[in-house]
Write a protein that binds this ligand. Structure first.
Ligand code: SF4
Ligand code: SF4
Length: 384
């Protein structure tokens, strides 16, 4: 019998919880930080292992589809994330829109999204708690009784009718995560690029059926609770979603739509219990950002308090990125759920789901067997 709990059973929310305002949040890169040309030049000239021109070029190119349209990442209502139809799948006006049962629509969208590049697909009803209060450039998010979403100088309007969300994951590659913390980390950039293509293409597919759709990356709200409500995973200790299929090695994108879709069941339980005893990410995090304690309603400054979960000190984390000169992701590399597919690992996951009494033993063997150890970036191009 697979154990599943409703979202609010695992992650209750306090009445005092307020929708997050991202304006002015985030750490600015210092002069030699991880986002500057000066930092790049300095590290190349110093000859640091994993910071060669080749490493940088490999990583930077992975962001191409992410940055193509306006040079900034995850920009709302732009490029593939356009709120307006791109016009590739226009439904003839005289033809009725495609209407099927919610279950059938969910099956069809799942199949199409997997073809377009999704690793996993789930559905949930829109929960307004997770939509930011404002866009990153300060427009207020509001919900109105209109047919199509639109953005003005003052506000971004999500139609009341866009009640359903298609939540999707794209892969971050395991092998290309093993060289962090260096500039040889193209897996995040490639996943961001895949998100654009996937969300934009699924939105265009839904529009072609005669419905409305708003595609989104990291721009409109918290993806982790949305994806958990859509049954794709759980909120792990490192404060990222952990999936049964790929651990934290996914990124999440989504499409809001007025096409009725059947909600997905919650992901099987077991991940929270495992994170309770594992703490491998805590041990390896160089900035001490990941909590060793129990789940709580209250996180470090800058976190969005009021949801029962593990918090990560994003300020300390980003400061380390700036110091080391790259987006770290050591926690992704060492996570006990970051494993290649295979019968052995599937067997261990079965035990984690069904016999949590063995969790400490699995956590101990994971360390003992050396999973998640950093690889030498110089060897990457030598391997076939
Ligand atoms: S990305 Fe690095 S610094 Fe940030 S929480 Fe993960 S391990 Fe720690
Ligand atoms: S490393 Fe362990 S404790 Fe941390 S998120 Fe992964 S499974 Fe959970």
């Amino acid at each position: 019998m697979v154990r599943r709990r409703r979202f609010d059973e695992n992650y209750p929310t306090l009445d005092s919880y307020r929708r997050y305002n991202p304006v002015g949040k985030g750490v600015k890169s210092s002069h030699y930080g991880y986002q500057t040309e000066a930092g790049k030049q300095l590290r190349i000239e110093k000859g640091l292992v994993g910071f060669s021109l080749l490493d940088y070029a490999f990583r930077d190119a992975s962001y191409t589809a992410d940055h193509t349209f306006d040079g900034s990442r995850s920009r709302m209502d732009s490029g593939f994330y356009s709120w307006s139809p791109l016009g590739f799948t226009h439904k003839p006006d005289a033809v009725s829109r495609w209407e099927e049962s919610q279950e059938h629509a969910s099956r069809v969208v799942t199949k199409a999204a997997k073809f377009y590049g999704a690793v996993s697909v789930g559905f949930c009803e829109l929960d307004r708690r997770w939509i930011y209060s404002h866009t990153r450039d300060g427009k207020v998010f509001v919900f109105e009784d209109v047919e199509e979403g639109y953005v003005t100088e003052e506000k971004a309007v999500i139609p009341d009718s866009h009640k359903w969300i298609v939540a999707m994951t794209v892969p971050m590659d395991l092998e290309e995560t093993m060289y962090t913390p260096t500039a040889m980390v193209p897996s995040g950039g490639m996943a961001y690029s895949r998100m654009h293509i996937l969300a934009g293409t699924v939105a265009e597919f839904i529009r072609g059926l005669g419905w409305h759709a708003i595609p989104s990356g990291n721009d409109m709200g918290f993806n982790v609770p949305i994806a958990i409500q859509a049954g794709l995973g759980h909120a792990g200790r490192m404060n990222r979603m952990i999936t049964w299929e790929r651990g934290p090695l996914v990124k999440i994108c989504k499409v809001f739509t007025d096409m009725p879709l059947a909600p997905s069941p919650p992901a099987p339980e077991g991940i929270l219990e495992y994170c309770g005893v594992c703490k491998k990410c805590v041990k390896h995090c160089p900035s001490g950002s990941i909590s060793e304690g129990p789940m709580t309603f209250d996180g470090p400054p800058g976190g969005n308090p009021g949801v029962y979960r593990w918090y990560c000190d994003e300020g300390k984390c980003r400061q380390y990125w700036d110091d080391v000169g790259t987006s770290c992701t050591i926690c992704f590399r060492v996570c006990a759920f970051s494993k290649p597919p295979g019968a052995l690992h599937e067997t261990v996951k079965w035990f984690i789901r069904n016999v949590p009494q063995l969790n400490r033993f699995w956590a101990w063997t994971d360390d003992l067997l050396g999973y998640g150890r950093m690889k030498d970036p110089r060897e990457y191009w030598e391997e076939p």
